[in-house]
Design a protein around this ligand. Structure first.
Ligand code: NI
Length: 250
């Protein structure tokens, strides 16, 4: 059930049985030589739709541009400043809270969003903690990275070993190939496994360290068939996690 394909009377009726909503959040950024620019947003969107169907929950519009300043050295990448993304997250949550939503489950496709989105949650909670008049609704937000559930970690290691890496991973490329067959690109990676690292600063620094955009990965191992397995495991894990979150008392 998608918010964008619902009418306002349907949303009113939904709110009488649930005040939870799933919000996909991703990024629009380079994903190495064979990964399409939209991977993080497309993965979050596809997984969220499936979790929404599985749990009979409304799914909001995908926040498709994230905090990706370090990818700006590669054509096609877009970024919001951290302060802009915090405002987008806060205003999105507060808009929906005004109508009665209280549980906000963000399914995230981009590790670079984590610190900023978590800070935005703290801003939202600060309003009730500080007793801002008119903001007494008990809002709860949760951010889940689709690739960090225990079962996905195990499956990625089993399928790709050390070639999973940190960015433009075979897991995310495969999952997107499964969801969008037109995203498949077949080419040879040189070197097969990209240089590893987790200490980078701005876009120029990132490109100097990771010349083709990958970090420690070999996305040449991705196939749509493996992507289907990854998709099914993550949808299972996140559906269970979402149900616990939605059922918890305020
Ligand atoms: Ni990604």
């Amino acid at each position: 059930m998608l918010l964008q394909l619902s009418t306002w009377p349907e949303v009113e009726a939904y709110l009488r049985r649930s005040t939870a909503i799933i919000l996909p959040i991703g990024s629009t950024e380079q994903h190495g030589p064979n990964g399409v620019i939209g991977i993080d947003a497309l993965a979050a969107d596809g997984i969220s739709r499936a979790v929404g169907e599985r749990t009979d929950t409304l799914v909001g519009p995908t926040i498709a541009v994230g905090m990706a300043q370090h990818h700006m050295g590669f054509a096609g990448s877009m970024t919001l400043r951290p302060s802009t993304l915090m405002a987008v997250v806060r205003d999105s949550v507060v808009s929906l809270a005004k109508h009665g939503f209280t549980r906000f489950y963000f399914i995230n496709g981009h590790g670079g969003n984590t610190a900023t989105v978590t800070a935005a949650f703290s801003e939202i909670y600060a309003e009730t903690s500080l007793g801002t008049p008119g903001n007494a609704t008990p809002i709860r937000c949760r951010l889940r990275n689709w690739w960090t559930t225990p079962a996905i970690g195990q499956l990625s290691r089993e399928l790709f070993g050390h070639a999973e890496g940190h960015h433009a991973t075979p897991s995310e490329v495969a999952l997107t190939q499964y969801l969008h067959p037109e995203a498949v690109r077949t080419l040879t990676m040189t070197p097969a496994v990209a240089p590893m690292g987790d200490d980078f600063a701005d876009a120029a620094d990132f490109r100097r360290q990771f010349p083709d955009g990958r970090i420690g990965s070999n996305p040449g191992l991705a196939t749509p068939e493996l992507g289907k397995r990854i998709f099914e495991v993550t949808v299972n894990d996140l559906s269970r996690d979402f149900e616990r979150f939605a059922a918890a008392a305020a």
